[in-house]
Design a protein around this ligand. Sequence first.
Ligand code: RFL
Length: 396
Amino acid sequence: MRLGADEQDSVVLILGAGPAGLVLANILRAANVPTVVLERRTREQVRQRARAGFLAPDSVAVLREHGLAAGLDARGRTHDRCEFRSPAGSVELRYGELGAGQPHTVYPQQDLVTDLIAEYLAGGGVLHFGTTVERIEDIHTDRPAVLARDAAGAEIRFTGHYLAGCDGARGISRTAVPTTIAASDHGITWLALLMQAPPAGEAVIYGVHPDGFAGQMPRTAEVTRYYLQCDPGARPREWSDWRIWDELARRLDAPGRPAPATGPIIERGLVRLRSRILDPIQAGRLFLVGDAATSISPSAAKGANLAIVGAQLLAEALIPAVRYGKGDALQRYSEQALPRIRRAQEFSHWMIDLLHPPAGYGPETAYRRELQRARLHNLATSRSHQHVFADNYVGI
Ligand code: RFL
């Protein structure tokens, strides 16, 4: 087929240069499958987007297996303990010694994304920044296509043999898949903060406070992520540094435990806790990965991990299809991916119930508060609960 100047062809067209798209692109490129990645943001914007930090052992294994872990191995930090604080006291779990006995690796998502872009481009990968996909076409033919617009406003048509929708929770690709949607808006909003300060101690801290959840997530030696549950209509600018420090100190207070750090707040944003499971996550020659396939609340830090592991699963199904025309694994992609997605969702939902005070008043709310106390008590006292927690926390 001859292509016009405003038309480009590849084998796998990847929509989105987040963790899902970039892991997929790197694995396919190393297997000599031609790929093109389309990303609506600039390279600088993608590199600066701070989000996740906690990588599970499965994700680290995927990155190592494909030679994508040099930065993570050099600068990532092992993390193996978390602490639950409430006005009743605190409990620290060394989850690296519980369950399957595995730790997290803390490595900021923007550093991982920066490494993955560099690796892909160094190997000759094609990545168009500033290129927004506006329409997806012909997914039930052998040449699906997307219409995209570049930064200068020019329309370009890209064709491929397969499309990978890795364009995140607000992307366009999921709207092209006829699918059933299971969704929940948990009615909870967090102020997501980055503070220029080291964490108070090494542990993740979950503050279970009657006035709302507060959390500390270590990121680097200089920067720590904090969360504060806030009113759904809150405006981040209304939260001064002083107000944030006071509220963190109050909600994360526990006898004998270190107080959270105080340092300049260098980023403040809102995260609405929402969850969505799509089934199936494929249609014709379009396959969804990562947040495009499932939106998951950050309560259990699963999103980036699902993106990385999902990208490997799709790559392993695409390679035999492209090389030998064997599409069996591709046909089963949804079926293979969804059990892990459901488990991660179930655990994230359990964490939401554990961490947030039940909304409302009266006996019904009080009853749910009692259940919350029982869950915390189980975590503090029951070895079997601790093992199950650890397996779900790092293992899915
Ligand atoms: P991404 O990272 O959103 O990337 C999608 C990319 O697609 C681009 N895009 C388009 N490009 C072209 N045309 C279009 N029409 C496009 N529409 C979108 C976007 O610009 C973007 O670059 O999705 P991906 O790759 O699926 O990765 C998902 C993860 O980013 C996400 O799940 C995690 O960040 C969630 N998450 C966490 N996950 C963890 O595993 N561990 C954590 O510790 C953790 N902490 C977090 C988090 C998410 C957070 N927020 C902001 C929701 C902390 C926070 C605060």
